[in-house]
Design a protein around this ligand. Structure first.
Ligand code: NAP
Length: 281
């Protein structure tokens, strides 16, 4: 029961009605017996700054940030941590003593989803796509000290932008186009391949993968950030080649778990959060 002492946590986005975060976080807050509540707010871009000021004024513990505010929120925060600054995007804001600090748990969530399967981010990495998710994953792996991150994308210019960010972090990086001849060589070398495009996402779940899986090393780990459906055309094709495959649900779970820890300073109840997501999907 919500009483006068409860502490709110927010989610701002536009739209937000599809989000699974309220279900996941409220299940976790209840399991930990915390007098807190997680609520989603549809905030149009012109009200972004006012919504941040409002949450500070109302004593929110913090809030999550989703599309389209992840980049635009940076100027409204008092502090932004190193990883989030490199990614140029924030998905979690903690409010302490009226001051805001921004984090990005998307990349850390991805790494945790690998570790959950006993895989460390090492060697040659190939990321398809050059949007927000690709940037978070590429920066997180660069900060882990992988050997090289290649970005393959439809628009070469967008891929080059992420490559420059990765190189600034001291890790070798290349940008290649989806049609380029270099792509086959990169696929043959890659230890970890990540689909960070929406290709294969419901309702167009029968769309063919963005690359030819016949060039994958059989020892490669293939990750699809798409989580609707949980098992994608890409994951099935990669498995039939003998590769280890990881879907997008783990990243969704662990980005939420890391945000929960930042909000509450408690270890997140992972299995409760995993079950809540399974119910919501
Ligand atoms: P985004 O910012 O819109 O970027 C999408 C990227 O995919 C762009 O680089 C775009 O290429 C490329 N792309 C789009 N349609 C394509 C097509 N038909 N063929 C080839 N490339 C295409 O999206 P995002 O936020 O990065 O999200 C990407 C995917 O990751 C989505 O499926 C999303 O659901 C998923 N995601 C999952 C999690 C998770 O927790 N599992 C978290 C975040 C995102 P151009 O640059 O050429 O336009």
């Amino acid at each position: 029961m919500i009483n006068a002492a409860f502490k709110p946590i927010g989610l701002i986005g536009h739209p937000v009605s599809h989000s699974l975060s309220p279900l996941m976080h409220n299940s976790a807050l209840k399991a930990c017996d915390l007098n807190m509540c997680y609520m989603a707010f549809d905030v149009p871009p012109q009200h972004l700054h006012a919504s941040v000021q409002g949450m500070i004024a109302l004593g929110f513990v913090g809030f999550n940030v989703t599309i389209p505010h992840k980049e635009n929120i940076l100027p409204f925060l008092d502090e932004v941590d190193l990883g989030a600054r490199a990614m140029g995007a924030v998905n979690t804001v903690v409010i302490r003593d009226g001051k805001t600090k921004g984090y990005n748990t998307d990349g850390g969530g991805f790494l945790a989803s690998l570790r959950d399967r006993g895989i460390e981010a090492r060697g040659e990495i190939l990321v398809f796509g050059a949007g927000g998710a690709a940037r978070a994953v590429a920066v997180a792996m660069a900060l882990e000290g992988v050997q090289r991150v290649t970005i393959a994308n439809r628009s070469l210019e967008n891929a080059r932008e992420i490559s420059r960010i990765v190189e600034d972090l001291g890790v070798k990086s290349h940008a290649v186009s989806l049609e380029g001849g270099d792509l086959k060589e990169k696929l043959k070398m890659a230890n970890i391949v990540v689909n960070a495009t929406p290709v294969g996402m419901s309702p167009r779940e029968n769309a063919p993968p963005v690359f030819d899986t016949a060039y994958l090393k059989t020892s490669a780990v293939v990750c699809d950030l798409v989580y609707r459906p949980r098992d994608t055309t890409l994951l099935r094709a990669a498995r039939s080649r003998g590769c280890t495959t990881i879907g997008g649900l783990g990243m969704l779970l662990y980005q939420g778990a890391q945000a929960f820890e930042l909000f509450t300073d408690l270890k997140p109840p992972i299995e409760i959060m995993r079950e809540a997501l399974a119910v919501g999907l």
